[in-house]
Design a protein around this ligand. Structure first.
Ligand SMILES: [Zn+2]
Length: 620
């Protein structure tokens, strides 16, 4: 699907002014404009806009259960196909939100009217006819379904003699090094997923990524990956999946079915099953170099997409140069190709009624309410996209703010507020400013029992603001069995509860307006959530999840922690510990596991394109 398809979305016009409907989408070319103009004239007639009223847009300025229901049902409708970021349906949803912002009289605050567009990598796909294995005059193309590229394979071609290296394990301390007896430099290495004891880790992408990294570090020119004979999983060839956080391998990585691997080894005069059984029997590596040349070609194309944040402004009457951000992501999982918990075989629409049509409906109701009830500070209403892809929309906004970040007093986030049960409402981030406990403590709404939680970070867009030291609150009514599944349906939403939650948010916003800017101070929660395993050493760094380059980029540093004391700064890209390369977040985690309390380690960071060498000392 090309980016432009999104532009051919016909929106129901609002009757007041339809001339800009065509203009709003930059992707519409001239001939299409005329086509659409004709279509709209017809639509106006059909939808009876002649009478001046577009029923979709009629909402009550008060926070109303009916309006919330209307918004949720529309956003979760089949027509919007689960609102995946960058899809045509996401653009329809974006226009729906923008239309309402316009109807409510919000000031357009995006780069393109209400829209703030950004691009992201949605995935990778195999280039037709350019992913294959070749040996002894036989070529096996990916299209045949018995070989497939690995999602973070490097794109390239390599020819070299085939080497079998068992599971590709190099545990020198444990005395099991499958690279010891062979030299894989410039050769094509075949390894099996899992390990001799069990195939438990055979589908574990972290383990596979490490095995790939090991083969690379040992000089392999390409990797052929297959499954062990006792593999009981359902994915002998793992789906081609792009991992934003992982640096792609520098060499081609091709998956083979067990049968294909068996035959290839036979051609090289080796018995794969026998060698495997010998490793398991002896507990020793059985790695061999063969004389057989193999050619591996992997050509992957990254699929880039355009997504859009929708941003509208209600200007404050008292101090309009200061802003409170009210946010909710409106994207969801589409057909669940990414991050779905649904195991069915048939792709199904994930309507995302609670996640996060509920928060988006709340955002629209608050925008209407405050457009009619002017606040003291300005309110920036932001419907984020690509939250499900890793907070990409809010990260993009923080990298491209439409108002000065220093003038943002606070951010209120709503993500999954539609399933209030027994009145239990969780509000996170209350440790991010001293005003929150007092402010929230003073609000009482019948049927709501607030549970406050200090931490300012979590799996939603408020984190992008917290990391820039902006006080945040995150509203959440709890997870449920329908989370990230096709049955997160609008009928299951508690609309009265939703209205009460949105009312609570309205009162908090009112409350913030009563504080002086100097009182709304950021206080880091006790300890910023840091990366690391329990009991392992940590540096107090917060990863930048939207970063796709080489190395490990930091978006936050906890004050007083080893990273901060060593001089690491937000924005730095870690590229090495001592001499060990850090290609991505996974390398960072793997290498961190090797350090102990009290260790002193050299760390190389890139800062403004300059390499800087620092020394960290892990807490004893
Ligand atoms: Zn969500």
């Amino acid at each position: 699907m090309s980016v432009n398809d999104a532009s051919l979305v016909i929106r129901q016009p609002n009757c007041s002014d339809h001339s800009n409907i065509i203009d709003r989408d930059p992707y519409v070319n001239t001939s299409t404009r005329f086509l659409l103009a004709g279509a709209f004239a017809a639509t106006l007639l059909l939808t009876g806009c002649g009478n001046g009223q577009d029923t979709r847009m009629v909402t009550d300025p008060e926070i109303s259960v009916d309006d919330l229901r209307k918004h949720v049902y529309y956003l979760a409708s089949e027509e919007l196909k689960g609102r995946e970021a960058g899809s045509p349906q996401e653009a329809v949803a974006a226009n729906y939100i923008a239309d309402h912002f316009e109807a409510f009289g919000l000031i357009p605050a995006g780069e393109n009217e209400y829209l703030q567009e950004f691009s992201f990598t949605r995935g990778v796909r195999q280039q037709p006819g350019r992913v294959y294995l070749e040996s002894t005059g036989v070529r096996i193309n990916a299209e045949e379904g018995i070989v497939r590229a690995w999602g973070i394979s490097g794109s390239g071609r390599a020819t070299g003699r085939l080497v079998f290296a068992g599971y590709g394990i190099q545990d020198t301390e444990g005395g099991f090094d499958e690279y010891q007896a062979v030299d894989v430099t410039g050769k094509v290495v075949m390894i099996m997923r899992g390990d001799p004891e069990s195939d438990e880790g055979a589908d574990d992408r972290d383990i596979i990524r490490e095995r790939v990294r090991l083969a690379e570090d040992n000089g392999a020119a390409a990797i052929l990956m297959t499954v062990p004979s006792h593999y009981e999983g359902t994915q002998p060839l793992l789906p081609l999946r792009y991992d934003r956080l992982a640096a792609s391998a520098t060499i081609p990585v091709l998956q083979l079915t067990r049968e294909t691997a068996r035959i290839l080894m036979q051609y090289a005069a080796f018995d794969l099953d026998y060698m495997e059984s010998e490793i398991i029997r002896s507990g020793e590596p059985v790695s061999v170099e063969t004389d057989m040349p193999v050619r591996v070609v992997v050509d992957l194309a990254t699929e880039r997409r355009i997504a859009r944040n929708v941003i509208g402004l209600v200007e404050g009457t008292g101090d309009p140069e200061r802003y409170i951000v009210v946010g909710a992501h409106y994207d969801h999982l589409g057909f669940g190709e990414h991050a779905s918990l649904y195991n069915g075989t048939e792709p199904r629409i994930h309507p995302g009624s609670d996640d996060n049509a509920s928060g988006t409906a709340g955002l629209l109701e608050l925008a209407h309410y405050f457009a009619e009830n002017s606040p003291h500070y300005s309110l920036l209403f932001i419907a984020f996209s690509a939250e499900e892809m890793g907070l990409l929309g809010s990260e993009y906004f923080m990298g491209n703010p439409v108002v000065p970040i220093d003038d943002i007093l606070a951010m209120i986030n709503m993500d999954m507020i539609g399933r209030l049960t027994d009145g239990q409402l969780a509000i996170f981030g209350t440790g991010s400013s001293d005003i929150w406990n007092e402010l929230i403590g003073g609000i009482h709404i019948e049927g709501i029992e607030v549970r406050m939680s200090a931490s300012g970070t979590g799996n939603s867009d408020h984190t992008s603001f917290y990391l820039r030291e902006i006080p945040v609150l995150h509203y959440f009514t709890g997870t449920h069995a329908q989370y990230h599944r096709p049955d997160d349906l609008p009928d299951l939403i508690n609309y009265e509860g939703l209205a009460s939650v949105v009312n609570h948010v309205a009162q908090v916003i009112d409350g913030i307006n009563r504080y002086e800017p100097g009182d709304i101070i950021f206080t880091g929660t006790a300890r910023a959530p840091v990366m690391g395993m329990p009991g392992a050493v940590t540096l107090g760094l917060v990863p930048d999840y939207s970063y796709e380059g080489d190395g490990f980029r930091i978006s936050g540093v906890a004050p007083g922690r080893p990273g901060d004391l060593a001089g690491i700064r937000a924005g730095d890209i870690l590229i090495a510990f001592n001499n060990a390369r850090i290609a991505d977040i996974y390398d960072y985690m793997r290498l961190m596991r090797e350090f102990h309390p009290g260790d002193k380690v050299a760390v190389t960071v890139m800062r403004e394109n300059e390499e800087i060498l620092l020394t960290v000392v892990f807490e004893p």
